[in-house]
Write a protein that binds this ligand. Structure first.
Ligand code: KIV
Length: 273
């Protein structure tokens, strides 16, 4: 699973064999410039879901499933959850993801499943409730691990088709995976999950600054793209771009017949008549 937000990255991820695309609310941190996922709105997720859907459809594997995140505050009751999930499904998503396993979340999951919407749960470090956590790694004590397992089982019983496990000890994720019949998708949860997810910008090294421990950078896109952008700016400043091959010539005869007005200059006065 790859979390991404736009058409070209969706297309290339489908082309290389990604099994599921996630339109994650991590877009808040990654591309919208917020310092959390909390400000991300339904409008944001819907627009980016539609873009990802277009990208996937134009790829060599147009039927790769796309899951869209329900944003913070977007599933606080059954009515809101079903309305928002319907909007994301209309935008082309094949399922939605929501965080936590509290009573109202479980109620929302049941209503969505009854409505025919595949639902992915999300436990462990859940960014929408990050302010509540004292540390990033979740499920470190026996009691916390038991709570995590109970939550995962409750999500399964409510009808979820998969659960993301974020930043939990590898052994806990492995045991939760063994206890569930639905798939687990790990991020910072070790190799014992059924699947793995990373944010595309993280895995290609486009995110600036040091990456989190669970991220593996498969490229240094930030350096590459910064250098390319710098080269463009420098060449324009130096007059080295564009060159004749980047533009078009006017026909000689047309050029000779065309009489620009004398004295016309950028921002200068025009002589009419
Ligand atoms: O928002 C997101 O991208 C996610 C994944 C990191 C699981 O929730």
């Amino acid at each position: 699973m790859i979390s991404l937000y736009d058409a070209p990255t969706a297309a290339l991820s489908c082309d290389v064999g990604a099994d599921v695309l996630l339109v994650g609310d991590s877009m808040g941190n990654v591309i919208l410039g917020y310092d959390s996922t909390l400000p991300v709105t339904m409008e944001d997720i819907t627009r980016h879901t539609a873009a990802v859907v277009r990208g996937a459809r134009g790829s060599s594997r147009p039927s790769v499933p796309i899951v869209a995140d329900l944003p913070f505050g977007g599933y606080t009751g059954v009515e809101l959850a079903t309305r928002n999930a319907a909007a994301l499904m209309r935008a082309g998503a094949h399922g939605v993801k929501l965080e936590g396993a509290g009573p109202s979340v479980l109620e929302a999951v049941r209503a969505l499943v009854e409505m025919g919407v595949p639902v992915v749960g999300h436990l462990g470090f859940t960014p929408q409730s990050a302010l509540r956590f004292e540390s990033v790694v979740q499920g470190k004590t026996g009691e916390a691990a038991a709570r995590l397992l109970d939550g995962a089982l409750a999500l399964e019983a409510a009808g979820c088709c998969a659960v993301v496990l974020e930043v939990v000890p590898a052994e806990v994720a492995r045991r939760v995976t063994e206890a569930l019949s639905i798939s687990t998708v790990g991020i910072g949860a070790g190799p014992g999950c059924d699947a793995q997810v990373l944010v595309w910008h993280d895995l290609v090294g486009l995110t600036a600054g040091p990456s989190l421990r669970f991220v593996k950078r498969y490229a240094d896109a930030h350096t590459l793209l910064k250098e390319a952008t710098g080269d463009f700016v420098s060449e324009v400043h130096a007059g080295a771009f564009p060159k004749p091959e980047h533009g078009w010539e006017m026909d000689e005869a047309e050029l000779r017949g065309w009489m620009p007005r004398d004295g016309s200059s950028k921002g200068g006065e025009h002589q009419d008549g």
